[in-house]
Design a binder for this molecule. Structure first.
Ligand SMILES: N[C@@H](CCC(=O)N[C@@H](CS)C(=O)NCC(=O)O)C(=O)O
Length: 317
């Protein structure tokens, strides 16, 4: 059984981003499929309140957010790189741009076409979680807006690719390609021919998308959620390096913290065990998995002392 366990669902654009990273690196991985909306009783024990998808589990270490999942894959499996020619910072910034500007607009374009088939439970969940209404009427109402938003971003992509380069940062694929691709993959695979009518899928962009899709998903091996939890329970988290004295959080290892995300309000809480320029790591205890370490990227996530944080709530068990 592979050591890498991805908790995800097939429809998830951010899941596709990580599946392609496995393909790029030629990795075998275990796939735990989760429900598309909570409750996710077999993922929640691992994540200390983080509810987004996907998460990567390696033994008793849980990596949240595709930004950090990519960095962790790179640390463990450096070749082939996701950050060619040392362009990790540029790739991270481009990824952030692509992930944040296109995700909801592109998903809404898809639901303006296929929205009738979306279950009401999904609609209600996403309204409560992200304040976005994915019903077909709401998506159709916003279509003129979202077409312009996504088209404008695709214009930037076409401009980057117009010198004939194979990928956004040059001849080799990078994290930036996977980030710019996954939302367009979602809209095109769901909206079908309508997507080509609504958005500027030019030959240059389609050829680039085909190159990214050709990375594949590596070797996917199905795994039951219960088995994944047992693996976490039987493993020890990796040793951590602690919190530097001058960490910008002003916190120390052992502090009870909540983790604030820039773009949602997940009730993430735990005990701070490490923080550096790349990640914040908290300890989380749960009866089904024992002790796990939950890792968050530094970019987009902040640790605050639990008692001092306004509105802080305890982590979901
Ligand atoms: N910044 C996060 C965003 C992940 C994200 O928003 N994923 C979507 C699914 S594609 C999600 O979690 N939606 C709500 C859910 O599935 O509960 C990342 O890069 O991993």
């Amino acid at each position: 059984m592979p050591d890498l366990i991805l908790h995800h669902y097939d429809l998830s654009p951010f899941g596709e981003k990580v599946r392609l990273a496995f393909g790029h690196k030629g990795l075998a991985w275990s796939s735990v499929e989760t429900p598309i909306w909570p409750p996710r009783p077999d993922t929640a024990p691992l994540t200390a309140g983080y509810r987004r998808s996907p998460v990567l589990q390696i033994g008793a270490d849980i990596y949240c957010d595709t930004l950090l999942i990519f960095q962790e894959l790179e640390r463990r499996f450096p070749e082939p790189t996701l950050y060619p020619a040392g362009q990790a910072g540029l790739a991270a910034i481009l990824s952030w741009w692509a992930d944040t500007t296109c995700f909801i607009p592109a998903a809404s374009i898809a639901t303006s076409i296929i929205g009738d088939g979306v279950p009401p439970e999904f609609i209600e969940d996403r309204i409560a979680f992200m304040g976005h209404d994915f019903t077909k009427p709401a998506s159709l109402r916003d279509l003129p807006l979202n077409r312009q938003r996504v088209s404008a971003q695709m214009g930037h992509l076409a401009d980057i690719l117009k010198d004939g380069r194979a990928f956004l940062l040059g001849p080799g694929e990078s994290a930036a390609d996977l980030s710019a691709y996954h939302t367009l993959w979602f809209v095109r695979s769901h909206a079908g021919e309508e997507a080509d009518r609504l958005l500027p899928f030019t030959p240059t962009i389609l050829a680039w998308m085909a190159r990214v899709a050709a990375l594949g998903h590596g070797e996917r091996v199905p795994l039951g959620a219960e088995a994944a939890l047992a693996l976490a329970r039987d493993a020890e988290p990796e040793a951590v390096t602690g919190v530097a004295e001058n960490d910008p959080s002003g916190l120390a290892a052992g502090d009870a913290v909540i983790i604030r995300t820039d773009d949602a309000n997940d009730p993430i809480a735990g005990i701070l065990v490490a923080a550096d320029a790349r990640e914040i790591v908290i300890r989380h205890e749960n009866a089904r998995v024992g002790t796990v370490h939950v890792h968050f990227p530094r970019f987009g996530y902040s640790a605050l002392k639990r008692d001092a944080a306004p509105g802080a709530t305890a982590a979901a068990a």
